[in-house]
Design a protein around this ligand. Structure first.
Ligand code: ADP
Length: 697
């Protein structure tokens, strides 16, 4: 077979425009064949390239030129220096050495069919993705003489044109990832949207000018305003019609102020609702407002407030009632106990003495009950106030010891031994900053219980110092009936009487320990107990220790020194008793009469004033609730008239704050009815000792 170049040269020398007839191909003349070949070569859809024996350019067709977007002349230049202008890659983007190029392959007489390459023509920007077929021609000796290369542009068959396949793959996987991320974002967005739209909390999203407001479904449900309304109207103006109010809302919406603010909103159907809003700025610069409808809560708060006010009013009325009852009971009790005491001195018969004891004991029990009821009525109001003073622990314990015989009498438990454990006074005395009345009340309650709930054995009272906590641990220990473990939890609860079913009736209200717990807590301590049924109980309570007082700066607890109980000689002195209750007056009269003083009686405040103006008076007892003029008003007159006699308030108002009130008003002493004979003499003796009214007899 002749070389293509030979055939072409021959063809050039002949007239190729001859008419072509249809015949068997073997019958065709060389000329005709050449004609067919030329036409086929030109119109071939593949890029065709004919190379000579040295691999040089011979011819190329228009598909080839189009494929590389070059002219025939350029093709000739590029193909005659292929290593300079072309790069060949395999599908893995590996650059192929020259001897693996299709040109080399056919020169090495390799036939190959549709091998895929990526060809880069360096003068062009994008590489071509081609399939290439190589047809070498050899002479009779088998030497390569020429070759035909057919290129099929298959770039359009891969997803991204003109990209290396591995890059495409890379890009594909990247796109896949992007797709995945997009799906995830979309999923998260859908989830968020679903949450935002289903939560019963109002959510709004807006920019920093409070434009482009987005509302969730809850806003629509609660206020009636919809996203449609946002588009069509000025939603802020409609929801917050008051100009000033709206300004505040708008300020808050972009303020980044932490926490919730309450705003009244107008709903689409014209109702006013209470809402509470918070807002946060998110990273894209927008704000998210979160709001709740608090109308229900506000209404409930209002109802609660009204109920509370009502209850408080009722409480006040109740409290005033209880106080009044207390006063009204104390005044006759004053007489009952006072006269019983006086009678004991005049009537000597044993049986009569027992009757009088019964009157005193029952009277004192009644008084304690009244005190408990008053205290109880104040527990809920958290109104129990304390009058604190610095007290010596040893003195306080001594005074407690003095009270025990009276308590044993009250509960008819003379058979029980009692022991108050007061360690010998140490060099360094211990002090309490306390309300002595309340502290004693706790002790009296615990000791009374110890006596009440014990029939034999003894009651031990004492204390230990706990240095680590700077507290004093007081205890009251009995050998009584004890408390069952299952009842322990209820001991300090009000109205809980745990021994109600026992054969022996033990009097009580179930209030004492509840009051004790309250008082101990108020005083800064704790209270608890240990108990075994049939063996006895120990009640403990703690009280903080005070710092050492600067010398003399502490109160002495009421003096129990027998010396002070003796009847003072007040002959030559005049004492005024302003008291409207006849029995109370008579009782104090009998006690004072023993002192040989002259006693004047005023049934009301006005008369007291008249006496004070006309007579020399050395000592005054003023009831506080006097008709015409109260005891306070009389005192006021005395103080402004520069009369310096001691004035004692004699009153049935027995609460610590009553005492504080009278002392603050300028009374020299607050004596609670019923005042005991000893207390009265004691009081007079103290004033005498202080030279308060001895000078001008
Ligand atoms: P009460 O007025 O009934 O004594 P308290 O509040 O003082 O009320 O005590 C509550 C209950 O605790 C008492 O009813 C009694 O059952 C029980 N209790 C209190 N102290 C003692 C004690 N020392 N020994 C046995 N039981 C006691």
């Amino acid at each position: 077979m002749n070389s293509v170049r030979d055939q072409t040269t021959k063809m050039k020398n002949k007239d190729v425009s001859d008419h072509v007839e249809y015949k068997d191909v073997n019958q065709l003349s060389y000329h005709q064949l050449l004609l067919y070949y030329n036409a086929t070569f030109s119109y071939l859809p593949w890029g065709a390239l004919i190379l000579d024996g040295k691999g040089h350019f011979v011819n190329t067709n228009s598909a080839y030129l189009q494929m590389f977007a070059i002219t025939k002349h350029e093709a000739e230049i590029y193909l005659n220096s292929p290593a300079k202008y072309f790069r060949f890659y395999d599908l893995d983007s590996r650059e192929l050495p020259f001897n693996e190029w299709p040109i080399r392959k056919i020169m090495n007489k390799n036939h190959f069919h549709e091998e895929r390459y990526i060809i880069e023509l360096t003068v062009r920007s994008k590489p071509l993705y081609v399939s290439c077929t190589g047809l070498p021609q050899v002479d009779e000796q088998g030497n390569y003489v020429s070759g035909l290369l057919l290129f099929n542009d298959i770039s359009g068959k891969v997803p991204v044109q003109f990209e290396h396949e591995n890059e495409i793959l890379k890009r594909n996987s990247y796109l896949h990832e992007l797709d995945f991320i997009e799906q995830r974002i979309k999923g998260a967005e859908d989830l968020l949207r679903a949450i935002i739209d289903t939560i019963p909390v109002m959510v709004t999203i807006y920019d920093s000018n409070v434009n482009y407001i987005i509302l969730n479904k809850a806003v629509e449900k609660i206020t009636g305003w919809t996203q449609d309304d946002v588009q069509k109207t000025s939603i802020m103006e409609l929801a917050f019609p008051d100009v000033e109010g709206r300004k505040k809302v708008l300020q808050f919406m972009i303020s980044l102020e932490p926490g919730f603010r309450d705003f009244v909103m107008l709903t689409k159907d014209g109702r006013k609702i209470e809402t509470s809003w918070a807002n946060v700025k998110v990273s894209d610069g927008r704000h998210v407002g979160v709001g709740i409808d608090i109308s229900g809560r506000k209404k409930m708060e209002q109802q609660l407030m009204e109920a509370k006010n009502k209850a408080e009013k009722e409480n006040l009325v109740q409290y005033a009632f209880i106080q009044n009852i207390s006063h009204e009971v104390r005044t006759p009790m004053n007489s009952i106990l006072g006269f019983a005491e006086l009678l004991k001195k005049t009537i000597r018969g044993e049986q009569e003495q027992q009757f009088l004891d019964a009157i005193s004991i029952s009277g004192r029990q009644l008084l304690r009950l009244i005190n408990d009821i008053i205290d109880f009525s104040r527990l809920d109001k958290k109104e129990m106030s304390l009058t604190m003073e610095l007290i010596s622990l040893t003195e306080m314990m001594k005074q407690l010891k003095g009270m025990i015989p009276g308590l044993k009498n009250t509960y008819s438990k003379r058979q029980l031994k009692t022991n108050v454990n007061i360690p010998a006074v140490k060099a360094k005395e211990i002090f309490l900053n306390t309300d002595i009345y309340r502290l004693q009340q706790v002790f009296i309650n615990l000791i009374s219980n110890a006596l009440k709930y014990s029939d034999k054995g003894k009651v031990d009272i004492g204390y230990k110092i706990i240095r680590e906590s700077d507290k004093i641990l007081f205890y009251v220990k009995d050998t009584g009936i004890g408390i069952k473990p299952e009842d322990h939890e209820r001991v300090f609860e009000r109205f809980n009487r745990l021994h109600n079913n026992s054969k022996k009736q033990i009097r009580g209200t179930g209030l004492g320990l509840a009051i004790c717990k309250h008082l101990v807590t108020l005083l800064g301590g704790d209270i608890w107990f240990e108990s075994k049924p049939g063996e006895g109980s120990v009640f403990y309570f703690t009280h903080p220790m005070a710092d050492q007082p600067r010398s003399g700066k502490f109160s002495k607890v009421n003096d129990t020194d027998q010396e002070h109980h003796k009847i003072p000689d007040l002959s030559g002195y005049t004492i005024l008793v302003a008291e409207d209750d006849v029995f109370s007056y008579k009782m104090i009269y009998y006690i004072l009469n023993e002192t040989k003083a002259k006693i004047l009686h005023a049934e009301d405040g006005a008369k007291a004033l008249r006496i004070l103006k006309s007579r020399k008076v050395h000592f005054c007892f003023l009831d506080l609730r006097l008709p015409e003029m109260s005891g306070f008003q009389v005192l006021n007159w005395i103080r402004t008239s520069n009369l310096s006699m001691p004035v004692v308030a004699l009153t049935a108002n027995a609460l610590p704050e009553d005492k504080e009130k009278t002392l603050r008003a300028g009374f020299d002493y607050h004596a609670t009815k019923p005042i005991a004979q000893n207390e009265l003499y004691n009081l007079l003796n103290r004033f005498i000792n202080r030279n308060k009214f001895l000078n001008d007899r």
